[in-house]
Design a protein around this ligand. Structure first.
Ligand SMILES: *Cc1c(COP(=O)(O)O)cnc(C)c1O
Length: 394
């Protein structure tokens, strides 16, 4: 059961919000060890091992910084280490998280230039290309995009954003929020030419919340020398200097690092390509169920389908939050609420992290029974459609 559930409910709680995700037992057992002296030689060995192996997950050879923070902290770290007050940043409002990142940029004294979308697709790459082409004086210092918009279930083609920047010959940094994709969807920091990748531990990485990540390019690192936004806790330079020996400038989240070490081992044992293929399969099974129910996904562009979260629209006149409440009460499953523009109009199924075929069928069974119990008009057969897909694709 969930730790703070008010009374015992038999069976396992199904935590299917798109983060925090399920923490596998192996990771929980690793975290459940005594803290250690973070200045000891043993810790240095662990730190070096983790800082080296975490690069595999980001598919990078560049440094990856690990903060004791949420993903929001890692967003801030990316901005304050590279930018100066008044710098223009090009952003695309793909959904609620892109929106929050813009608000942060405003509070930090940056000048976001926002490209709007209808929240039903990835970032508008032609519009990004056009904005860069017009920016002859290179006022735009960074292009900031959300790889997997967790509010809508739409992903952006990051390689295409990079190509648009290269074609425009624009020197801006490319910053990517990959908080709900790293560890569950294909993500290539080096190959896609990303300057700063931002991540958090509680989504695709199978960990509890509490670790924030910045994977950084040499170009981004160079920019810290001239960046004038105030920073102290987030400063990459102090971090990298001492990271070289496996240590941290302040107390790291030691037990979460034990968990990260174990989670990376699990991903290596399964093989990253298999991890991504598993998420693709579960996402496809989920969309087939949604279609069979006669419902619609929020993502209207098949090229942008997310493999870690599916946002499902409820029919006009029905409440997604009422449906979620019925599902929680009757079937002990938590689904994600609709955020921002689609509050109460949609619910989100998180299918990321540690998840097998029978779990995803349980999730879809809970949604199908919930639709019936809540009186939301739909057709039966979603779970069957998912089983047919999974069985034909084992
Ligand atoms: C969860 C999430 C965030 C915020 O991360 P926190 O850990 O809650 O601070 C930002 N962006 C995306 C895409 C997310 O999924």
């Amino acid at each position: 059961m969930a730790y703070f559930q008010s009374q015992h409910v038999p069976g396992r709680h199904f935590l299917h919000v798109p983060g925090p995700s399920n923490v596998p037992d192996r990771v929980l057992r690793a975290i459940d060890n005594a803290a250690m002296d973070h200045r000891s030689a043993d810790f240095g060995r662990l730190g070096r091992q983790i800082l080296a192996s975490v690069k595999l997950i980001f598919q990078t050879e560049q440094p990856v910084i690990i903060y004791p923070s949420s993903g929001t902290g890692a967003w801030e770290a990316a901005l304050v280490n590279t930018l100066s007050p008044g710098d223009a940043v090009l952003m695309c409002r793909t959904g609620a998280f892109a929106n929050l990142w813009q608000e942060m940029a405003l509070r930090l004294g940056l000048e976001p230039r926002m490209i709007e979308t209808d929240w039903r697709r990835g970032a508008d790459v032609p519009a990004i290309a056009a904005a860069l082409a017009e920016d002859h004086s290179h006022k735009i210092k960074a292009v900031c995009v959300v790889h997997n918009e967790t509010s809508t279930g739409c992903a952006t083609d990051i390689a295409a954003v990079r190509r648009a920047m290269d074609q425009a010959g624009h020197p801006a940094l490319l910053m990517v929020d990959a908080i709900s994709s790293v560890g569950s969807m294909e993500y290539r920091h080096d190959e896609w030419g990303v300057d700063v990748t931002i991540c958090g531990s509680q989504k695709g990485m199978m960990l509890p919340p509490g670790l924030g990540f910045n994977a950084i390019s040499q170009k981004a690192l160079k920019q810290t020398e001239s960046a004038r936004l105030p920073r102290s806790y987030w400063d990459w330079r102090a971090m990298l200097e001492i990271n070289a020996n496996g240590f941290f400038p302040y107390t790291p989240a030691i037990n979460l690092l034990y968990g990260l070490n174990e989670a990376i081992k699990m991903m290596q044992e399964e093989g990253l390509a298999n991890v991504f293929a598993r998420h693709d399969r579960h996402a496809e099974a989920t969309r087939r169920a949604v279609r069979a129910w006669g419902l619609e996904t929020q993502c209207a562009d098949p090229r942008a389908y997310s493999s870690s979260v599916t946002t499902v629209r409820v029919p006009e006149g029905h409440s997604a939050d009422a449906l979620r409440a019925v599902i929680l009460e009757k079937f002990n499953m938590s689904l994600g609420t609709g955020l921002g523009l689609i509050k109460d109009r949609a619910f989100r199924i998180g299918h990321l992290g540690d998840l097998g075929d029978l779990q995803i069928l349980g999730v879809l069974g809970g949604v199908e029974m919930g639709l019936r119990a809540a009186g939301v008009p739909h057709k039966a057969g979603g779970v069957q459609a998912a089983m047919d897909h999974l069985a034909g694709n084992a």
